[in-house]
Design a protein around this ligand. Structure first.
Ligand code: FMN
Length: 185
């Protein structure tokens, strides 16, 4: 059985190290695990409950995000830290799915990568908190900080650090294991 993982980067930068980590993870993943990069983050409107009430039809881009999340067996976030928090574009996307509930019981991984030694620890913790309140399943093995990321991935997006490769594989596998057990309860 193929496990489909939807990966969401918190960075819109063309040469984002976080997006590159996702692309490298997709290449590293075993053949029965497909990691697809969500590309619509910058197309989502600003969240407003006015656009998301019982009498309103959600914008097409929001419907697409919800559909992609619903169809995924697991979700992987990889994000930078901005001003000690989660980048606004990513938080905006999450606000759209608080009420619709696509992350409920969904095995979810939270990776943060930073050029600093902290690895984006505060954004990581904050994202875990937000996703937990949305009832995503996040195991200890599904969380990863990547400090000094620019020494571990080159400009072309190739991972140059074997330890990081191993850590990413562990995160990917943690989602599959959780996915198998999630169906049993
Ligand atoms: C507005 C802004 C705020 C930032 N704040 C932090 C921060 O609080 N902690 C941190 O580790 N890095 C911070 N950085 C540096 C980012 O980690 C760095 O730009 C990183 O490469 C962004 O990830 P990306 O390569 O995926 O775009 C900040 C960068 C920007 C542009």
């Amino acid at each position: 059985m193929i496990t489909h993982i939807l990966a969401i980067s918190g960075s819109l930068r063309n040469t984002s190290s976080n997006t590159n980590i996702i692309k490298a993870s997709a290449a590293l993943a075993p053949a029965d695990i497909k990691i697809a990069l969500y590309e619509g983050l910058d197309k989502l409107p600003y969240f407003s409950p006015e656009l998301d009430g019982e009498d309103s039809i959600p914008p097409a881009t929001v419907k697409d995000l919800r559909e992609q999340l619903k169809n995924a067996d697991a979700v992987l976030f990889c994000t930078p830290e901005y001003a000690f928090g989660v980048p606004g574009v990513l938080k905006n996307a999450l606000d759209w799915i608080v009420s619709s509930g696509e992350l409920y019981d969904k095995p979810t991984a939270v990776i943060s990568a930073s050029p600093l030694a902290t690895g984006g620890d505060k954004a990581n913790a904050s994202l875990v908190q937000t996703l937990t309140v949305m009832s995503a399943i996040i195991s200890a093995e599904s969380k990863l900080l990547i400090p000094v990321v620019r020494t571990k991935i080159d400009a072309a997006g190739n991972i140059t650090d074997k330890t990081l490769e191993g850590s990413l594989l562990q995160v990917i596998n943690s989602l599959v294991v959780k996915n198998a057990s999630a169906g049993q309860h």
